[in-house]
Design a protein around this ligand. Structure first.
Ligand code: GUN
Length: 294
């Protein structure tokens, strides 16, 4: 079994971006600038956004964190988005999800200028992804593709089972792995809460991508011998055993899976760090105006 070390790969990619940003800075070019809007103070979202700001420091990017109270009105948030859309200093920005219940996430995402939508969530960017046009790929699926590529994992003709159909992970990763490209050319089955005979399905997966957000859902007996297992789940549970007071668990029971698969991503340290790096790569692209120029 080979452990897919997302932490190591992400650090290598951040170092490459830092070198590139250093050259841009030295030549007086546009230094990439990522902004993030965080509404409310959900613990998980705080952690993710702080990780994004830290990654900007590591890669030499400029960053701006805008904190808004959970009680802020939709109108105020839309005004902030408009201001960032019009701010030439900011190349790309994100609104951290989930938002408090009184917001329409769909309306908020659609208010973001697609040229600055480095999360790749805007319908224009999802459409461009489906059409195979230059776009910002959603960060987690993009991170998964980079890991498959970095570890030279064969994907062509393989049966890939994706558990989960979220707009952020399950749906886009299914589309991307079915593309006529590398990584891609998989025969993809997307499974969800209504799927029948789930165990026999996962047992037929050469590549199993699990993005359910249900800690320990996938047990060893659900995995085919020699499969590649990509665990996207990140569940934070209170724990008296850690310094932070939290324990991070994936959707796959790692110890049961490890003895059966050929490759596996750990949680933490697998897909998570790659998600952040992908966001940075999209921001770098945005600073070079690469996406909507064609
Ligand atoms: N919440 C969970 N994942 C993400 C992500 O990739 N981007 C944003 N904006 N919010 C998230």
């Amino acid at each position: 079994m080979i452990l897919i070390d997302g932490k190591k790969v992400s650090e290598e990619l951040l170092a490459e971006m830092k070198a590139e940003t250093g050259r841009v800075r030295a030549s007086g070019g546009k230094v990439p600038h990522l902004a993030a809007i965080l509404v409310g103070n959900d613990g998980g979202s705080e952690t993710y956004v702080n990780g994004k700001v830290k990654a900007c420091e590591k890669a030499g990017f400029d960053s701006t964190l805008i904190r808004l109270a959970a009680t802020v009105s939709e109108q105020e948030l839309l005004q902030k988005i408009k201001a960032l859309n019009e701010d030439d200093a900011v190349d790309g920005f994100i609104v951290q999800l989930p938002l408090p219940k009184h917001f329409s996430e769909s309306k908020i995402i659609q208010a973001i200028d697609p040229r600055k939508d480095v999360d790749g969530f805007h319908p224009s960017n999802i459409g461009r992804m489906v059409m195979g046009l230059a776009t910002y790929l959603p960060a987690t699926p993009f991170g998964i593709l980079q890991l498959l590529e970095r570890y030279k994992i064969e994907t062509s003709g393989k049966h890939c089972v994706v558990l989960g159909r979220s707009h952020i992970v399950g749906l886009p990763v299914s589309i991307l792995l079915a593309r006529n490209a590398y990584p891609g050319n998989c025969t993809v089955t997307m499974a969800h809460s209504k799927t029948e005979h789930l165990k026999s399905l996962t047992q037929s997966a050469d590549i199993l991508v699990v993005a359910l957000g249900k800690a320990g859902f996938v047990t060893g007996d659900m995995i085919k011998q020699g499969a590649v297992v990509i665990d996207v789940g990140i569940t934070r549970l209170p724990s008296a055993l850690t310094k932070t007071g939290f324990q991070i668990l994936g959707d796959v029971r790692f110890d049961e899976a490890a003895s059966k698969c050929s490759f596996i991503t750990p949680v933490p340290g697998g897909v998570g760090p790659m998600t952040i790096v992908s966001l940075m790569r999209n921001t770098l692209k945005a600073s070079k105006k690469e996406v909507y120029s064609v």
